[in-house]
Design a binder for this molecule. Structure first.
Ligand SMILES: C[S@@+](CC[C@H](N)C(=O)[O-])C[C@H]1O[C@@H](n2cnc3c(N)ncnc32)[C@H](O)[C@@H]1O
Length: 209
């Protein structure tokens, strides 16, 4: 079992400078998807290789994973994928990042750390303030995807997003993935594990209105 990183530790107050999109991506005008808690980035590598008509950005709080993922991007010569180190909750309060979030077409939270103990709930990534911040910066029509195998975490995330009046739930049963960031419904590492173990997956899609 890996050690969880405490996102509230002072160590994560520092925010990585993000270069302009024109320096990151070969074609900065492509739609942008952000995956929060991208771990080693396997999911985003699969997506970026498969869909060269999208740009992808992973945010991960474990620095070593980000360093390795950045090296792998160079090694594979991918020009539509970038990784940034930091606490997602802090990153978007930075002005430079606020601009970025206004360009985003969609954001995914795949299997976030559940932080089961009551006193640790404030460490969960989807907090009311964070959703407020996203709702103030994301443009109309942009999407949030959440997915987890933990029912209690799902209810917590669902409550925090749906109580924000700027987000509306979409019908994920009939959602058309072909024009989304993930047309082939590629699975994350955790998702493959959960499917293999035949556990339930709870998911929802929200649109900024
Ligand atoms: C359970 S793993 C899921 C990884 C991947 N999304 C998947 O589905 O396989 C959760 C990831 O989120 C990262 N994480 C947790 N809190 C974070 C935060 N506040 N900001 C950025 N990343 C975070 C963890 O370090 C970990 O890599």
């Amino acid at each position: 079992m890996r050690q969880h990183v405490n996102p509230l530790s002072k160590h994560f107050n520092k925010v990585e400078r993000i270069p302009p999109l024109s320096e990151i991506y070969y074609n900065p005008t492509l739609p942008l998807h952000i995956d929060i808690g991208s771990a080693a980035g396997d999911f985003l590598f699969d997506l970026a290789l498969e869909n060269n008509n999208w740009n992808y950005l992973g945010i991960e709080i474990r620095e070593k994973l980000v360093k390795n993922a950045k090296l792998k991007v160079i090694d594979k010569g991918l020009q539509n994928l970038y990784f940034a180190f930091g606490n997602a909750n802090k990153i978007f309060t930075n002005l430079q990042w606020k601009f970025l979030i206004s360009c985003v077409r969609s954001i995914s939270f795949n299997f976030p750390d559940p932080w089961f103990k009551k006193r640790h709930i404030k460490r969960r990534v989807i907090q009311p303030d964070f959703i407020n911040l996203l709702s103030n910066s994301m443009k109309k029509g942009s999407l949030i995807f959440i997915k987890t195998d933990v029912r209690e975490l799902f209810d917590f995330m669902e409550f925090n997003i749906s109580t924000n009046n700027n987000f509306k739930v979409l019908d994920n049963e009939n959602f058309i993935y072909s024009s989304s960031f993930n047309p082939k419904k590629i699975q994350t590492k955790r998702e493959k594990y959960v499917i293999n173990k035949k556990l339930d997956i709870f998911e929802r899609i929200y649109i900024k209105i």
